[in-house]
Design a protein around this ligand. Structure first.
Ligand code: SME
Length: 157
């Protein structure tokens, strides 16, 4: 397939996610390589929304290890239960953090990150990775992001 993304820039975020989702399905469909799929998803999300940082952390034993991402360099290892990512892994559900400075234990990979959403990736019920999206705006993420990012994370397996 062609890899050019068709993004309705200027539309509402729900409309952008709606346009993006089938394209991500097509990009990942039939591609068994996890890293390739994570890489394309991170790229497409950053391209479509201009998020400050988008990437995956993969579960490796008792910690998360940095995976494919788009944006500035980031922390490479996060322990289970630590930071927003480790907390979302431990809790097994999506975490929306409107103001990272108010999240106890937030791990600041960049001082420019102001709000964040972390979505667990599951494989056969187990959390195998998390998708982390950071914004340089306060209170950037809501239930619309959670809904679509969870659907997108279901494409990663
Ligand atoms: N802020 C995250 C760390 C990862 S970076 O934001 C890319 C956390 O608290 O887990």
């Amino acid at each position: 397939m062609a890899e050019d993304l068709q993004v309705p820039y200027g539309a509402s975020k729900g409309e952008i996610y709606k346009a993006l989702f089938p394209q991500l399905q097509a990009l990942t469909d039939g591609e068994p390589d996890l890293i390739a799929n994570m890489a394309n998803i991170a790229s497409a999300l950053r391209e479509a929304f201009g998020f400050f940082w988008v990437g995956f952390y993969r579960v490796e034993g008792d910690r998360l290890v940095l995976g494919p991402f788009q944006g500035p360099p980031a922390c490479t290892r996060i322990m289970y239960g630590k930071g927003v990512c480790g907390t979302a892994w431990k809790g097994g559900h999506t975490l929306i953090v409107p103001d990272v400075e108010k999240f106890p234990g937030h791990i600041a990979c960049s001082s420019l990150s102001r709000s964040e959403i972390v979505v667990p990736v599951r494989n056969n019920g187990l959390v195998t990775a998390v998708l982390d999206v950071d914004s340089d705006r306060l209170d950037h993420f809501d239930e619309i992001d959670a809904f679509y990012l969870e659907k997108i994370c279901a494409l990663v397996r």
